[in-house]
Design a protein around this ligand. Sequence first.
Ligand code: ZN
Length: 210
Amino acid sequence: MAEAVAVQIDQARWRPRITHDRSPVDLVAAEKAATEMLAALGLPIDSEDMFETPLRLVQAYAEMLTPPEFDSTTFTNSAGYDELVLVSDIPVHSLCEHHLLPFTGVAHVGYLPGSRILGLSKFARTVEFFARRAQTQERLTMEIAEHLAERLEPRGVGVVIEAEHTCMSLRGARAAGARTVTASLQGRLRDDPKTRAEFLSLTRDRGGVR
Ligand code: ZN
Protein backbone atom coordinates (compact mmCIF):
# COMPACT_ATOMS: atom_id res chain seq x y z
CA MET A 1 0.00 0.00 0.00
CA ALA A 2 1.56 3.25 -1.10
CA GLU A 3 1.21 6.29 1.05
CA ALA A 4 1.44 9.87 -0.05
CA VAL A 5 5.10 10.79 -0.01
CA ALA A 6 5.71 13.60 2.43
CA VAL A 7 7.51 16.52 0.89
CA GLN A 8 10.81 16.84 2.69
CA ILE A 9 12.07 20.37 2.83
CA ASP A 10 15.50 20.84 4.35
CA GLN A 11 14.77 24.22 5.87
CA ALA A 12 11.68 24.22 7.99
CA ARG A 13 10.97 27.87 7.31
CA TRP A 14 10.26 27.20 3.66
CA ARG A 15 6.74 26.16 2.77
CA PRO A 16 5.45 25.96 -0.77
CA ARG A 17 3.13 28.91 -1.26
CA ILE A 18 1.11 26.98 -3.79
CA THR A 19 -0.11 23.76 -2.30
CA HIS A 20 -1.67 20.87 -4.12
CA ASP A 21 -3.68 19.19 -1.42
CA ARG A 22 -4.11 15.57 -2.29
CA SER A 23 -5.37 12.54 -0.43
CA PRO A 24 -2.99 9.62 0.04
CA VAL A 25 -2.86 7.10 -2.79
CA ASP A 26 -5.16 4.13 -2.19
CA LEU A 27 -3.85 1.56 -4.68
CA VAL A 28 -6.44 -1.07 -3.79
CA ALA A 29 -9.38 1.25 -4.43
CA ALA A 30 -7.69 2.64 -7.53
CA GLU A 31 -7.08 -0.83 -8.97
CA LYS A 32 -10.71 -1.79 -8.40
CA ALA A 33 -11.93 1.38 -10.09
CA ALA A 34 -9.46 0.95 -12.97
CA THR A 35 -10.68 -2.60 -13.51
CA GLU A 36 -14.24 -1.32 -13.81
CA MET A 37 -13.26 1.55 -16.07
CA LEU A 38 -11.25 -0.61 -18.47
CA ALA A 39 -14.04 -3.22 -18.58
CA ALA A 40 -16.57 -0.46 -19.29
CA LEU A 41 -14.34 0.71 -22.13
CA GLY A 42 -14.71 -2.75 -23.63
CA LEU A 43 -11.21 -4.03 -22.93
CA PRO A 44 -10.71 -7.77 -22.30
CA ILE A 45 -9.21 -7.36 -18.85
CA ASP A 46 -10.00 -10.97 -17.92
CA SER A 47 -7.55 -12.16 -20.54
CA GLU A 48 -4.16 -13.44 -19.51
CA ASP A 49 -2.41 -10.56 -21.24
CA MET A 50 -4.42 -7.80 -19.56
CA PHE A 51 -5.08 -9.38 -16.21
CA GLU A 52 -2.60 -7.15 -14.41
CA THR A 53 -3.15 -4.07 -16.55
CA PRO A 54 -5.39 -2.25 -14.03
CA LEU A 55 -2.73 -2.58 -11.34
CA ARG A 56 0.05 -1.49 -13.69
CA LEU A 57 -2.08 1.45 -14.80
CA VAL A 58 -2.70 2.74 -11.29
CA GLN A 59 0.91 2.17 -10.27
CA ALA A 60 2.06 4.22 -13.23
CA TYR A 61 -0.35 7.03 -12.39
CA ALA A 62 0.54 6.94 -8.71
CA GLU A 63 4.19 7.36 -9.67
CA MET A 64 3.53 10.18 -12.12
CA LEU A 65 1.30 12.01 -9.64
CA THR A 66 3.59 11.78 -6.61
CA PRO A 67 6.18 14.54 -6.30
CA PRO A 68 9.63 13.20 -5.40
CA GLU A 69 11.37 14.16 -2.22
CA PHE A 70 12.83 17.56 -2.62
CA ASP A 71 15.86 19.19 -1.06
CA SER A 72 16.16 22.79 -2.08
CA THR A 73 19.36 23.77 -0.29
CA THR A 74 20.73 27.17 -1.21
CA PHE A 75 24.23 28.54 -0.79
CA THR A 76 25.65 31.98 -0.06
CA ASN A 77 26.78 33.66 -3.26
CA SER A 78 30.25 34.11 -1.76
CA ALA A 79 31.92 34.80 -5.11
CA GLY A 80 29.44 37.58 -5.81
CA TYR A 81 28.56 36.15 -9.22
CA ASP A 82 26.08 38.60 -10.73
CA GLU A 83 25.58 37.54 -14.35
CA LEU A 84 22.76 35.47 -15.75
CA VAL A 85 22.73 31.76 -14.90
CA LEU A 86 20.77 29.68 -17.41
CA VAL A 87 20.10 25.95 -17.18
CA SER A 88 18.56 24.89 -20.47
CA ASP A 89 16.86 21.83 -21.89
CA ILE A 90 15.73 20.39 -18.56
CA PRO A 91 13.37 17.50 -19.36
CA VAL A 92 9.72 18.09 -18.44
CA HIS A 93 7.32 15.17 -17.97
CA SER A 94 3.92 16.03 -16.57
CA LEU A 95 0.22 15.16 -16.83
CA CYS A 96 -2.35 17.66 -18.04
CA GLU A 97 -5.03 17.97 -15.41
CA HIS A 98 -7.83 17.99 -17.98
CA HIS A 99 -7.16 14.61 -19.64
CA LEU A 100 -4.48 13.06 -17.42
CA LEU A 101 -2.46 12.53 -20.56
CA PRO A 102 1.25 13.35 -20.63
CA PHE A 103 2.79 16.55 -21.84
CA THR A 104 6.52 16.45 -22.37
CA GLY A 105 9.19 18.90 -23.42
CA VAL A 106 11.95 21.00 -21.98
CA ALA A 107 12.34 23.86 -19.54
CA HIS A 108 14.90 26.66 -19.64
CA VAL A 109 15.41 28.17 -16.21
CA GLY A 110 17.49 31.28 -15.57
CA TYR A 111 18.13 33.74 -12.79
CA LEU A 112 20.23 36.74 -11.91
CA PRO A 113 21.76 35.82 -8.55
CA GLY A 114 21.35 37.96 -5.48
CA SER A 115 22.78 36.86 -2.14
CA ARG A 116 21.86 33.16 -2.54
CA ILE A 117 22.60 30.64 -5.28
CA LEU A 118 21.20 27.19 -5.95
CA GLY A 119 23.18 24.05 -6.80
CA LEU A 120 22.83 23.55 -10.57
CA SER A 121 21.34 20.05 -10.29
CA LYS A 122 18.55 21.49 -8.16
CA PHE A 123 17.00 23.22 -11.17
CA ALA A 124 16.09 19.88 -12.72
CA ARG A 125 14.83 18.72 -9.30
CA THR A 126 12.68 21.82 -8.98
CA VAL A 127 11.15 21.22 -12.41
CA GLU A 128 10.46 17.57 -11.57
CA PHE A 129 8.98 18.44 -8.19
CA PHE A 130 6.34 20.70 -9.70
CA ALA A 131 5.84 18.57 -12.83
CA ARG A 132 5.01 15.26 -11.17
CA ARG A 133 1.36 15.99 -10.48
CA ALA A 134 -1.77 16.93 -12.40
CA GLN A 135 -0.76 20.23 -13.96
CA THR A 136 -1.29 22.87 -16.56
CA GLN A 137 1.79 24.08 -18.40
CA GLU A 138 0.97 27.66 -17.43
CA ARG A 139 0.78 26.88 -13.70
CA LEU A 140 3.89 24.71 -13.84
CA THR A 141 5.86 27.57 -15.41
CA MET A 142 4.72 30.04 -12.75
CA GLU A 143 5.28 27.68 -9.84
CA ILE A 144 8.90 27.05 -10.81
CA ALA A 145 9.53 30.79 -11.19
CA GLU A 146 7.80 31.66 -7.92
CA HIS A 147 9.62 28.94 -6.04
CA LEU A 148 13.01 30.20 -7.23
CA ALA A 149 12.06 33.81 -6.52
CA GLU A 150 11.03 32.87 -3.02
CA ARG A 151 14.00 30.65 -2.25
CA LEU A 152 16.81 32.67 -3.82
CA GLU A 153 15.54 36.24 -3.66
CA PRO A 154 17.37 36.78 -6.95
CA ARG A 155 17.44 40.05 -8.88
CA GLY A 156 15.46 38.29 -11.57
CA VAL A 157 14.17 34.90 -12.60
CA GLY A 158 12.87 33.51 -15.86
CA VAL A 159 11.32 30.19 -16.83
CA VAL A 160 10.43 29.12 -20.36
CA ILE A 161 8.76 25.77 -21.01
CA GLU A 162 8.09 24.30 -24.43
CA ALA A 163 6.06 21.12 -24.53
CA GLU A 164 3.94 18.88 -26.68
CA HIS A 165 0.61 17.85 -25.20
CA THR A 166 -0.50 14.36 -26.15
CA CYS A 167 -4.12 15.34 -25.44
CA MET A 168 -3.70 17.61 -28.46
CA SER A 169 -1.46 15.43 -30.62
CA LEU A 170 -2.96 11.96 -30.12
CA ARG A 171 -6.63 12.87 -29.90
CA GLY A 172 -8.93 15.84 -30.50
CA ALA A 173 -7.11 18.25 -32.81
CA ARG A 174 -4.41 15.62 -33.55
CA ALA A 175 -1.98 18.47 -33.95
CA ALA A 176 1.14 16.31 -33.86
CA GLY A 177 4.29 18.34 -33.40
CA ALA A 178 2.50 21.47 -32.16
CA ARG A 179 4.47 22.98 -29.31
CA THR A 180 3.11 25.14 -26.54
CA VAL A 181 5.53 27.73 -25.19
CA THR A 182 4.96 29.43 -21.84
CA ALA A 183 7.14 31.93 -20.01
CA SER A 184 7.22 33.45 -16.54
CA LEU A 185 9.60 36.35 -15.99
CA GLN A 186 10.15 38.20 -12.74
CA GLY A 187 12.31 41.07 -11.48
CA ARG A 188 14.95 42.35 -13.88
CA LEU A 189 14.30 39.58 -16.34
CA ARG A 190 10.88 41.09 -16.73
CA ASP A 191 11.55 44.79 -16.30
CA ASP A 192 15.05 45.44 -17.65
CA PRO A 193 14.85 45.33 -21.48
CA LYS A 194 18.52 44.35 -21.92
CA THR A 195 18.44 41.48 -19.42
CA ARG A 196 15.08 40.32 -20.69
CA ALA A 197 16.38 40.31 -24.27
CA GLU A 198 19.51 38.42 -23.24
CA PHE A 199 17.48 35.73 -21.46
CA LEU A 200 14.94 35.36 -24.25
CA SER A 201 17.60 35.24 -26.95
CA LEU A 202 19.44 32.49 -25.06
CA THR A 203 16.24 30.46 -24.73
CA ARG A 204 15.25 31.23 -28.32
CA ASP A 205 18.50 29.71 -29.48
CA ARG A 206 17.25 26.60 -27.68
CA GLY A 207 13.87 26.82 -29.41
CA GLY A 208 12.03 28.91 -26.81
CA VAL A 209 9.88 32.06 -27.14
CA ARG A 210 10.10 33.53 -30.68
ZN1 ZN B 1 -5.16 17.99 -21.86
